[in-house]
Design a binder for this molecule. Structure first.
Ligand code: NAD
Ligand code: IPM
Ligand code: MN
Length: 353
């Protein structure tokens, strides 16, 4: 029997609450399948760990994680620990160290999910964001000079390398080809005269190898407007780290809310483990109440199964989520229901037989 070794970093706030549901689901599925199983190893890293030990993860944490087949992450961040420390030292550290340069975020309106857009139907909102995930605006390069002086200056560099752009764009072109859909690049070349002009140049250059893929290139301001006014125009989307971050929260808002949005941090070469997580944060406003929506963590578990090649199980999870949404009797408060995290988790499991 195949065993998948999964490193679990449940993290902070609602992270542990939603990840527990995802683990139950994965265990349920492996028991039904019978040909594979999961071995979960829990790492206590996060903000509480930081308050106790002065660090977000062990010094050799990256080395420890490198032996796993995948990482399953809840959320990181808590009032009391500066976000730029907690997120840089844990989440972004993992994305960067394991060269998880593709952040795959489906923006898909499932049947039964609420949508704030008038008249939008599930077939109108069906896109996949390929967010560049290791460089760009998140490179961490910069300087802080003359701190607290009248002449204080900060510099935050955007780093866009030929290799970094080309590989994520190639991934996006391949995905569009595979899905027989269009590819849209989102950038901002009219204002960012180095980074985004280069991005646009690379998009055209890489596109020469994909003459069969229909392409569009939008400025990020107009692109966000189209996501609301005419989401049906998008298929696969490729964009930079920061734009992808912002646009996928907008995507979550039009596709059922933060409680439904999943993301996979992929190292396509499979040299390092990939990481699967809901895209939402630790939601301190509802943490500990048992009402967090676990569906995004279910969906990211589905992405993990797809990554391992079990598309049948991944499809069954999505179908189960849709069935729960359509039935409408087991929904958390963010979706207008009165159910607990645990009840929704069980409802999804009950649909998978
Ligand atoms: P957030 O995503 O945690 O919350 C935004 C809003 O969405 C809140 O009202 C919250 O209650 C709601 N929400 C989010 N997930 C939900 C769920 N599963 N069910 C029901 N409601 C849900 O964003 P924020 O408030 O900006 O950030 C809180 C903390 O999380 C910060 O420290 C931030 O840096 C961090 N963060 C971490 C990650 C991550 O670990 N991947 C992602 C985003 C933000
Ligand atoms: C996300 C999060 C992270 C990001 C933060 C917490 C650093 O918002 O995964 O979308 O910006 O990538
Ligand atoms: Mn985000």
């Amino acid at each position: 029997m195949k065993t998948y070794k999964i490193a679990v970093i449940a993290g902070d706030g609602i992270g542990p609450e939603v990840i527990a549901q995802g683990i139950k689901l994965l265990e349920h599925i492996s028991a039904l399948d019978g040909s594979f199983k999961f071995e979960f190893t829990h790492f206590p890293w996060g903000c509480n760990y930081y308050l106790e030990h002065g660090k977000m993860m062990d010094e050799d944490g990256i080395e420890k994680l490198s032996h796993f087949d995948a990482i399953y992450l809840g959320a990181v961040g808590m009032p009391g620990v500066p976000d730029h420390i907690s997120l840089r030292d844990l989440l972004l550290n993992i994305r960067h160290s394991f060269d998880q340069y593709v952040n795959l975020r489906p923006v898909k309106l499932l049947k039964g999910a609420p949508c704030p857009l008038k008249d939008a139907k599930p077939e109108d909102i069906d896109m996949i964001f390929v967010r560049e995930n290791t460089e760009g605006e998140y490179s961490g390069s910069g300087a802080w000079l003359y701190e607290d002086q009248p002449n204080e200056v900060v510099i935050q560099n955007g780093v866009f390398s030929r290799n970094g752009c080309e590989r994520v764009m190639r991934y996006a072109y391949d995905l569009a080809r595979e899905h027989k859909t269009s590819l849209t690049s989102i950038s901002k070349g009219n204002a960012l005269n180095y980074s985004m002009v280069f991005w646009d140049k690379m998009f055209k250059e890489v596109g020469k190898d994909y003459p069969d893929v229909e392409t569009h290139s939008y400025l990020v301001d107009a692109a966000s407007m189209y996501m609301v006014k005419d989401p049906a125009r998008y298929g696969v989307v490729v964009t930079s780290n920061l734009f992808g971050d912002i646009l996928t929260d907008l995507g979550a808002a039009i596709a059922g809310g933060m409680g439904l949005a999943a993301g996979a941090n992929i190292n396509p070469e499979r040299k390092y483990p990939s990481m699967f997580e809901p895209i939402h944060g630790s939601a301190p406003d509802i943490a500990g109440k048992g009402i967090a929506n676990p569906l995004a963590s279910h969906w990211s578990a589905a992405q993990m199964l797809e990554f391992f090649g079990y598309n049948n199980w991944s499809d069954k999870i999505i179908a189960a989520i849709e069935a729960v949404l359509t039935e409408g009797t087991h929904l958390t408060p963010d979706l207008g229901g009165g159910a607990s995290t645990d009840e929704v988790g069980q409802a999804v499991i009950d649909k998978i037989i």
